[in-house]
Design a protein. Structure first.
Length: 418
């Protein structure tokens, strides 16, 4: 009987099933050694028996498609052509595409804006720089010379293991005042594997390979961070902000103090505040009209304590930023150094700027606001299509933003006056 899909699905390991009966092709079969079933033909040429693999069962090879391919191959055999040798000759004549070459092609397309995120938007320049770092520091050193067609689950598992063990770790000076400290670890390995999976998915779309070899490979997944500040920790942070100096009596940058306070009062991401421009701030409506967030444009209601704090910042005519950099060309860049120093001085352990966003959500929850309201305050992307036409905050969100900001100000024991 001719091979059917059911036959292939139920084929046990370490076995071969040959086509037979009406409609069959003699010498065509399916073989399963361990996990995957592959279509094969067995033929003789120059008195020697040979095997030829058509392809793995599944996309693009169905039983009928593989049977038609077998007929074509047997036609070559009848004319004296060895399909196996022809395949090897074609492979030798085709330049081998390495993983390094594939990564370069992927980044070229990504830099042109043709690689979209899950929000259907081109990757941001900051994300592209992170991708380049993971490619140059991890993927290329470990598997860059490997042919793309030879990358399978074993290669991916070895990559994940090597990154986790720190085999790609490096500490190198990159510029006059820059340094790259590349570490390993399970979390880093998982992110590298995620990027490689995205690259391989693109390769499948471009018909470079048939299957993404990263799919199905297990990798580390950390639990969502639950850290947020307690009432005592909020009070300690407020005290440190008022003091304005660290334990060595060294003053913090004034912008850092204001930005951290705004992160507490608004629940915004640190980049949304450090890169805030005056045109995005609406004092009358007590809101921020953020043009470029993680999920695109975002209208964010903020309480009057936050609005007052922003409005009291000096306007630098040569810069559009609320917190301009020293040279006025870009925004303030010192938060990554000042924030850890401030948190350490306040004796806050395991706290980052993102923890302040968690804290804002926790306080909002404590005041009884629903998950959907909190999501709106944090700027999580909604499912509706009408949000793009809304130009003022919803009254309920505005009221919630005011209440949460007031509650946090109270817990931090801060009077809003600058």
């Amino acid at each position: 009987m001719a091979i059917t899909k059911t036959d292939v699905d139920t084929l046990p390991g370490n076995s071969v099933l040959w086509d037979s009966g009406k409609g069959s092709v003699v010498g065509f079969g399916v073989r399963k050694q361990r996990r995957d079933a592959v279509f094969v033909i067995k033929y003789a040429i120059d008195g020697r028996q040979r095997w030829y693999t058509i392809g793995r069962f599944g996309s693009p090879w169905t039983v009928d498609q593989a049977r038609q391919e077998a007929k074509r191959l047997f036609g070559q055999v009848a004319s004296g052509v060895d399909p196996g040798q022809a395949k090897r000759d074609a492979k030798d004549a085709t330049p081998v595409l390495s993983v390094s070459d594939l990564c370069d092609r992927y980044m070229e397309v990504a830099n042109a804006g043709a690689i979209l995120t899950r929000f259907n938007r081109p990757k941001k320049s900051s994300t592209l720089q992170i991708d380049i770092g993971r490619i140059e520091r991890h993927i290329k050193p470990l598997i860059g010379t490997t042919a793309v067609t030879e990358v399978d689950a074993k290669v991916v598992k070895r990559l994940i293991q090597d990154v986790a063990l720190g085999k790609s770790a490096i500490d190198v000076k990159t510029k006059a005042r820059g340094r790259a400290r590349v570490t390993g670890g399970a979390a880093t390995a998982a992110r590298v594997a995620d990027l490689l999976s995205g690259i391989m998915t693109w390769a499948v779309d471009e018909a470079i390979i048939d299957k993404n070899p990263v799919h199905g490979v297990r990798r580390f997944r950390s639990e969502a961070k639950q850290r947020f500040l307690s009432d005592d920790e909020l009070a300690a942070l407020g005290t440190q902000l008022r003091k304005g100096k660290d334990q060595a009596d060294k003053a913090f940058h004034p912008y850092a103090l204001v930005i951290i306070e705004l992160l507490c009062l608004t629940g915004c991401r640190s980049s949304e505040i450090t890169k805030l421009v005056w045109s995005e701030f609406d004092l009358d409506q007590h809101c921020l009209r953020l043009s470029d967030t993680k999920s695109g444009y975002s209208l964010r209601a903020i309480g009057s304590p936050a609005s007052d704090l922003i409005s009291k910042q000096a306007v630098v005519e040569s810069s559009p930023f609320v917190f301009p950099g020293a040279k006025g060309i870009s925004n303030y860049q010192g938060l990554n150094k000042e924030a850890p120093r401030l948190f350490t001085s306040a004796e806050l352990v395991g706290v980052t700027c993102h923890v302040l966003r968690h804290t804002f959500a926790s306080v909002a929850s404590g005041l009884g606001y629903s998950d959907s309201t909190i999501a709106g305050l944090l700027g999580h992307r909604g499912r509706g299509v009408t949000s793009r036409y809304i130009h003022r905050p919803d009254a309920a969100l505005a009221s919630a933003a005011e209440a949460v900001a007031a509650e946090i100000s109270k817990k931090m024991l801060i009077e809003i006056q600058r």
